[in-house]
Ligand binder design. Structure first.
Ligand SMILES: [Zn+2]
Length: 115
């Protein structure tokens, strides 16, 4: 999928490109596509389900069953996920990690707890 990222300011998904900029029709916010320093993950702090600050390379455990898109399998509570990467992903996902049996997945920081 090659969707445009949502607005970092108001999370509106109807963003559109203009030259090298992306523009939000809701709040008129403009930002540069693909500029990591402008991404929400770089600006803000990503916290797990209980408020621990997460960092690249952390190991976490899953605290909520999650159906994996495009798979019939469910990511189970207690699954250990090591070497996470904090990246802004589609649909509010903010963590990327390789999970045993699943391969690379986009996850939400709200369903994990720092191990
Ligand atoms: Zn906006």
């Amino acid at each position: 999928m090659d969707e445009l990222p949502p607005c970092p300011q108001c999370h509106c998904v109807n963003t559109y490109p203009m030259g090298t900029l992306l523009i939000c029709p809701e709040c008129a916010f403009e930002w540069v596509v693909g500029d990591e320093s402008e991404s929400p993950a770089a600006e803000g702090v990503i916290r797990d389900a209980v408020g621990n600050i997460l960092a690249d390379g952390d190991t976490v455990t899953i605290v909520k069953d999650m159906k994996v898109k495009g798979s019939s399998k469910t990511l189970k509570v207690g699954t250990r996920v090591s070497n996470i990467r904090l990246v802004p992903g589609p649909g509010g996902h903010d963590v990327e990690a390789k999970v045993d049996g699943f391969g690379p997945l986009y996850l939400k920081s709200s369903i994990m707890k720092k191990a």
